[in-house]
Design a binder for this molecule. Structure first.
Ligand code: AHR
Length: 498
């Protein structure tokens, strides 16, 4: 029997937050240096940022960029990265065993983000530093003038305050690998104090507290509830991070990564609700899923084995169609949790586990995972619809039985369009029927596309450009769409009304 997907225009999850289509730029490997920034590159702008990379970022549809780390931020002194470039120190970055030249810092990044029209999201160092350095950075960025730090920003070339709204209170502070790693109680106390001071400097900012670094952390759940208990009054978002990879050839479990991400979000939301209930609080911090992607961690050496270098490559995964299908499926999960997840960042943006790659002094190119991200960021508008699905299940080693088909849809009332995204995790093709309920007569299939996990392995620039094809045989009759989902595939269908 065909899989049935029922969408009802009257049954939505509320508006899709545009910030779901964010990304992440860390001072790591070649993400900044020879990634977004390469003075001397033929396309470089007046501040040394690559124009070819900027064009691809626009095409990808990125809305928010988190910066400057990641593990890097837990040893970072932000003052090193401001002022005349020739006076900036070269520092050892112990997190990635690199020499940080500080040629890009807060001003360069924020001015570049403004030129790209993306919202910046800055992380403060709660590893080796604390309350004062965090509050000073907010002052530097957001106070108009007349104070030590704001006047320094003005003299460094930015007369107007940047108005950075989103701030991360450290990074992965639950992780034993993190510089300045803390217990939940220690972190909760520091986050509460730093957050209070930062909000006293600028009451308009929003703060993201570190959640667990991944679902399998031994302190998962406890970390969130214990730290939130203490920092509740200053926290607007709780962060989540998750990376997925195919382990030991277990392709089925890898294809079910979107299912795992869904369970993870439900668990974090339940933990937030439990703390809210205990506190008799009507507010609920939302979720900032500020690092997610496919990352083949098993392929790369441990950091401790790396030679210290300057902008040497770090974790430059090259992706294939299977990875693109999984990334598409993870996006479906994010859309289906848009009522709880406000911000999400594909990690990272350029060269480091990234949708965009560059050759130094050469071309920039799109990886296979670029395609599903651009498709969703470019068309998911309006409200998220609740997709009710009748689907068989497939058995996986890691997660037990999971739905063979996953789907998410959005409805844009002013544009009279609906975008529907569907993953078939099964090893054979599946016929699907999508029933659209509501007071609209759909007239046109605007576009269809499909990515099929065809086992070609990592794709180069030329092959990665063509991972999205048209999905033939999709029909719209009345309010019903019929289509055949190829085995292990991710599809997008956009319909419109006259
Ligand atoms: O994105 C790479 C690294 O993954 C980040 O620095 C860290 O936050 C996470 O563990």
């Amino acid at each position: 029997a065909a899989v049935e997907i029922v969408l009802d225009l009257e049954h939505d999850r509320g508006p899709i937050d545009g910030r779901l289509f964010g990304s992440f730029v860390e001072h790591m490997g070649r993400c900044v240096y020879t990634g977004i920034y390469e003075p001397g590159h033929p396309t470089a702008d007046h501040e040394g940022f690559r124009g070819d990379v900027a064009e691809l970022i626009d095409e990808l549809g990125i809305t928010v960029i988190r910066y400057p780390g990641g593990n890097f931020v837990s040893g970072y002194r932000w003052e090193d990265g401001i002022g005349p470039r020739d006076l900036r120190p070269h520092r050892l970055d112990p997190a990635w065993r690199s020499i940080e030249t500080n040629q890009v810092g807060t001003d360069e990044f924020l001015r570049w983000a403004a030129r790209r029209r993306v919202e910046p999201m800055l992380a403060v160092n709660l590893g080796t530093r604390g309350i004062q350095a965090a509050a000073d950075l907010v002052e530097y960025c957001n106070v108009p003038g007349g104070t030590r730090w704001s006047d320094l920003r003005r003299s460094n070339g930015s007369a107007d305050p940047y108005g950075v709204k989103l701030w991360c209170l450290g990074n992965e502070m639950d992780g034993p690998w993190q510089i300045g790693h803390k217990t939940a109680a220690e972190y909760g106390a520091l986050a509460a104090q730093a957050g209070q001071a930062m909000k006293l400097v600028d009451p308009g900012i929003e703060l993201v507290a570190c959640g667990s670094s991944h679902h399998r952390m031994p302190t998962f759940g406890y970390w969130e509830s214990a730290s939130l208990e203490i920092a509740w009054d200053v926290v607007d978002y709780v962060s989540m991070h998750a990376y997925y990879e195919e382990l030991d050839g277990d392709r089925r479990s890898f294809l079910a990564s979107g299912f795992e991400m869904s369970e993870f979000i439900d668990d974090v939301a339940a933990t937030i609700d439990a703390v809210a209930a205990r506190k008799h609080s009507r507010t609920r911090p939302r979720i900032s899923f500020d690092e997610w992607n496919v990352w083949y961690q098993a392929r790369f050496p441990g950091t401790e084995n790396l030679e210290i270098d300057t902008s040497g490559p770090r974790i430059e995964d090259v992706y294939g169609t299977l990875d693109a299908v999984v990334v598409g499926d993870l996006l479906i999960t994010l859309l289906n949790h848009a009522d709880r997840v406000a911000v999400a960042c594909l990690a990272q943006l350029v060269n480091v586990i990234a949708p965009i790659m560059t050759e130094p002094n050469g071309n920039a190119w799109r990886q296979a995972i670029f395609a599903p991200f651009a498709a969703v960021a470019g068309s998911a508008r309006g409200v998220g619809l609740v997709a009710r699905i009748r689907t068989p299940e497939i058995e996986t080693n890691q997660y037990g039985d999971v739905p063979a088909v996953a789907a998410a849809a959005t409805y844009d009332a002013p544009g009279r369009t609906s975008s529907i995204f569907v993953t078939n995790r099964a090893e054979r093709p599946v016929d699907a029927v999508i029933s659209m309920r509501g007071e609209i007569t759909w007239t046109t299939i605007q576009s269809t596309s499909v990515i099929i996990a065809d086992d070609k392995g990592p794709l180069d620039a030329a092959a990665a450009r063509h991972v999205r094809q048209r999905l033939p045989g999709t029909r719209l009759e009345g309010s019903t769409i019929t289509l055949t989902l190829p085995a292990e595939s991710w599809s997008a269908v956009i319909v419109s009304a006259a």
